[in-house]
Write a protein that binds this ligand. Structure first.
Ligand code: NAD
Ligand code: DAU
Length: 332
């Protein structure tokens, strides 16, 4: 049994990971999260109080972070500013959290010799053309497009430097787009589901040809746990579930599953610098560590995600109006 410190555990993927770990292992978990607009304590409701505790605070606060790291066996670092659109309007918080916050954690794990797993994104590799047969691998050169992805790339490089220069025991994973419960309504899939549930039309950026490689958050969690338990120190693992879909097909599926005409959506202003396609080759994780995703069928994963948003309006409704007001200002 280990004590895990999970940063950003009140966010979308972090909270899914905490639920997954407490249900599937004997580990105890401390969540460190500053409860930004994207953090929600309600995402951590119902967890066993003898194996879980919550600390509110900033990962860039070295005095707070140090003792938390000292008493942990491993740090799993999810905390980040995570939304590309926000990074285009105000990049500064992305530098503070994604770069300085990650640096602060790295210094603490260096002092205390603590195992560190860094959660990152496939966006560090830039994008692919629609007709390119290639997929991202661990050796694809870094080429991030947005303020968000460039700060994630910076944090990955810090981790690699701390491994090589200071012997920090770290691993990195770069995952594709996640979907599932507890995702903020600013993101593509929950935005469209909650629009339809409210009688609004889904909003598609540009033509909707952009491709994302979807993975269920539970599969991301099982992959991270696998890397934490069996990953080789200093290594990077790509996480993906062969889930490439273009945005138009995804919106049409959501409309169909909610009993609406498949064309009942609007085209809105495109995102500046919008990455065209992401695609992950996760062979290394599968072949070397024996991991495999469990949610092979996007349609049934989407059905259960829709059911979750239908059943949990109290969780998302408080964020919805403000989120849509921000999008309206951008013509999105
Ligand atoms: P999210 O925005 O839903 O959650 C981020 C969490 O971090 C929030 O709870 C927020 O309060 C917390 N946080 C932000 N700044 C903090 C700070 N300075 N100190 C402490 N806590 C802070 O994000 P998400 O979608 O769950 O993403 C989590 C991680 O996974 C990020 O590192 C992201 O880059 C990575 N990732 C996300 C995806 C995806 O599809 N969402 C895919 C691959 C990788
Ligand atoms: O690839 C992993 C990344 O996936 C993570 O690193 C990020 O943290 C996460 O936010 C996500 O980034 P994207 O920019 O791909 O996700 P988003 O949900 O914002 O958008 C998904 C796609 O849908 C993208 O092509 C933009 C488009 N989109 C988005 C919104 C919000 C729309 O067409 N309409 C919308 O309303």
């Amino acid at each position: 049994m280990s004590e895990l410190l999970v940063t950003g555990g009140a966010g979308f993927i972090g909270s899914n990971f905490v639920h997954y770990v407490l249900a599937n292992t004997d580990h105890t978990v401390t969540v460190l999260d500053k409860l930004s607009y994207a953090g929600n304590l309600a995402s951590l409701d119902g967890l066993p109080s003898d194996r879980f505790r919550f600390v509110k605070g900033d990962i860039a606060d070295a005095e707070l972070v140090d003792p938390l790291v000292e008493r942990s066996d491993a740090v799993v670092h999810y905390a980040a500013e995570s939304h590309n659109d926000n990074s285009l309007h105000d990049p500064r918080p992305f530098l503070d959290t994604n770069i300085i916050g990650s640096y602060t954690l790295l210094e603490a794990v260096r002092r205390h010799g603590t195992r560190f797993h860094h959660i990152s994104t496939d966006e560090v590799y830039g994008d692919l053309e629609l007709d390119d047969p290639a997929r991202f691998t661990e050796s694809t050169p870094y080429n991030p497009s947005s303020p968000y992805s460039s700060t994630k790339a910076a944090s990955d490089l810090l981790v690699r430097a701390w491994v090589r220069s200071f012997g920090v025991e770290a691993t990195i994973s770069n995952c594709s787009n996640n979907y599932g419960p507890y995702q903020h309504v600013e993101k593509f899939i929950p935005r469209q589901i909650t629009n339809v549930l409210r009688g609004e039309r889904p909003k598609l950026y540009g033509t909707g040809e952009n491709v994302r490689d979807w993975i269920h958050a539970d599969d991301h969690s099982s992959a991270v746990l696998t890397i934490l338990e069996r990953g080789a120190i200093g290594e990077t693992y790509l996480i993906g579930a062969d889930g490439e879909k273009n945005n138009r097909d995804t919106v049409e599926l959501i409309l169909e599953l909610l009993g609406q005409p498949r064309d009942a959506y609007d085209h809105v202003n495109d995102r500046p610098g919008h990455d065209m396609r992401y695609a992950i080759d996760s062979s290394k994780l599968r072949d070397e560590l024996g991991w495999a995703p469990r949610y092979a069928d996007f349609r049934s994963g989407m059905e259960s995600t829709i059911a979750w948003y239908r059943d949990n309006e109290g969780w998302w409704a408080p964020q919805k109006d403000a989120t849509e007001a921000r999008y309206r200002e951008q013509g999105q």
